[in-house]
Write a protein that binds this ligand. Sequence first.
Ligand code: C2E
Ligand code: MG
Ligand code: MG
Ligand code: MG
Length: 286
Amino acid sequence: RAKIEGRNRLCFFDPDIQAKQEERAKLEAALHSALVRNQFRIVFQPQIGTDDRVTGAEVLLRWEHPELGMVSPLEFIALAEETGLIIPIGLWVLKSACHQLRRWNNLSGWESFTLSVNISSRQLHQEDFIANVSEIILETGVSAKNLTLELTESAILKNVEDSIEKMNVLKARGLSFSMDDFGTGYSSLSYLKRLPVNELKIDQSFVRDLGIDLGDEVIVRTIIAMGQSLGLSVIAEGVETAFQHELVRGYGCHHFQGYLFGRPQDAKEFESNHFDQSSSLLFPNK
Ligand code: C2E
Ligand code: MG
Ligand code: MG
Ligand code: MG
């Protein structure tokens, strides 16, 4: 009896935990080979201005696994961070994004089109970060002013001094920074003033219940007011309905992103959905 209890207390014999550990180990092994096996894709989600035109896109990573199917970044980015695999994966994303950006900026009417690339905490605080970003910009021939890096508050807070220093160097080279998932962290106005960000990206959790949850309305209006008083651009993510769009636009938000304007799409789809060949103008897919 004592033996059974003792055994039950050992987590190694808990079939649930064991199954989870096996699954994680499998995912990690698969993630290790995903780059060389060419299983990653990038997709693009349009970003819209107040005149309803597409101004740019966010680059989002997709993993197409032969057996697991499409694996969501929500399932593997954290693992990639923990294992350090996010470094080579992140470089691949940035390089692929810049190659696409170069092609699009070369088209007439697309010269000021921007791409926003998500950068993880581990990437930002890596020693070679500035050198790697600079090299990719040089090698792909993009204009740095068309490239925005999205950082979360928590990534910045992991080492504020290192973040500020690196952001300043890259900003001097023409890059822009957007603070992703804004409002979910602890930013205060005084701390935000020190950060060389160009844009605040309102987290979609606050946009979702606009018109239903009064608290969210207060948060969204406050973020927009903060952005305006600091001279920063503000973009709302997760805009799914015309009603949400009307509200955030009414509060003074500058840019919008969400399923209302387009899902994340591959480069070909993005071109056919958002590039009007007759007028060489960009337009949202509404
Ligand atoms: P994020 O950067 O906040 O990206 C926004 C997420 O919201 C994306 O999910 C996007 O597909 C989704 N989304 C966009 N519009 C709507 C909408 O109207 N409604 C709803 N419900 N969702 C919407 P996705 O692509 O699954 O990415 C999830 C997260 O994974 C991203 O959140 C980002 O943190 C991370 N991620 C994605 N790609 C990369 C990458 O290349 N590098 C790094 N480090 N992280 C990435
Ligand atoms: Mg993002
Ligand atoms: Mg976001
Ligand atoms: Mg988010």
